[in-house]
Design a protein around this ligand. Structure first.
Ligand code: ATP
Ligand code: TYD
Length: 247
């Protein structure tokens, strides 16, 4: 059985609770803690395209770890507890809101095709969008009143999600700019703690954000896989290498 020491207690890996497109989620002997395992798998088109990519789990886990550490230092409340191995981590168990919070600094992806705007057009103010987290429905766009009417969050929580996403955007955009990378857009997930507060959850990696080298304009994220442009791990290695050297 896999186990790890966390805060002078033994945390044991329990049953597989959920297999997602990029991670496995296990219970532990503590109901407030989950054991996350990053998979060597890349998907696009909401899982319709899937490929085994050796080493991807380690890359995402390492990048996510560094970004959560940075946000923790900047007082952003989040679920990250401990890195166990190159692919596994402990997180605080949350009730995940079924809302994906997307922030866009520059036009890309669906935003370009939907509005037929020039790719990389700077968006002022920044754009925030919500999507309903449902693979069966292909994560449809959802607006504030739909979220409230369907009870997926309450009004104060929506205000908090927007403020928190804006703050995280400022922090991450700044961090990436110091390593010559532009943060184009990204998706966040949040969850409720047992006491009812909302904190940042899931993963922070090039699977969920578009990152471009400021000098060359090269993609350093999942677009390499989405657009069949070669080995996606090259870009991920580059992001990890630059983040690892941030002072
Ligand atoms: P998507 O995130 O796009 O819906 P997925 O479900 O395939 O896709 P994975 O990253 O493979 O995503 O799976 C991880 C799952 O764990 C996600 O459903 C995510 O919402 C959930 N999760 C992340 N952090 C926590 C947490 N702290 N507590 C409970 N569940 C979490
Ligand atoms: P978007 O342009 O809406 O979608 P696509 O990637 O299909 O062109 O995505 C905006 C950003 O949010 C991008 O960095 C990917 C991320 N994202 C996810 O990681 N998962 C999601 O379910 C959604 C909707 C977006």
């Amino acid at each position: 059985m896999n186990s790890v020491t966390y805060k002078n207690r033994t945390i044991e890996q329990g049953e597989l609770k959920y297999t997602g497109k990029a991670k496995e989620v296990y219970t532990t002997n503590d109901p407030d803690i989950l054991w996350i395992h990053y998979l060597d798998q890349a998907t696009a088109k909401n899982g319709k395209e899937k490929e085994q990519i050796d080493g991807k789990g380690q890359l995402n886990s390492a990048i996510s770890h560094l970004l959560f550490d940075y946000l923790t230092q900047q007082n952003i409340k989040n679920h990250y507890l401990l890195s166990i191995s190159k692919t596994d981590e402990l997180v605080q168990a949350l009730e995940i809101l079924p809302i994906e919070v997307v922030t866009r600094n520059y036009a890309s992806g669906h935003f370009v095709s939907k509005f037929q705007v020039t790719p990389m057009k700077k968006l002022t103010p920044i754009v925030q969008e919500f999507y309903y987290k449902s693979d069966a429905l292909d994560d449809p766009f959802i607006n504030d009143s739909q979220i409230l009417a369907l009870g997926y969050a309450v009004a104060d929580e929506l205000i908090y999600l927007r403020q928190e996403a804006q703050q995280i955007n400022q922090l991450l955009s700044h961090l990436f700019s110091t390593i010559n990378i532009q943060l184009i857009d990204f998706k966040l997930e949040f969850g409720r703690t047992a006491s009812g507060s909302i904190i940042l959850a899931d993963e922070l990696s090039p699977d969920n954000m578009r990152l471009v080298d400021l000098t060359t304009g090269d993609s350093l994220d999942k677009d390499i896989f989405r657009e069949h442009k070669g080995d996606m791990t090259v870009g991920y290695h580059e992001v990890l290498d630059r983040l690892s050297h941030v002072k």
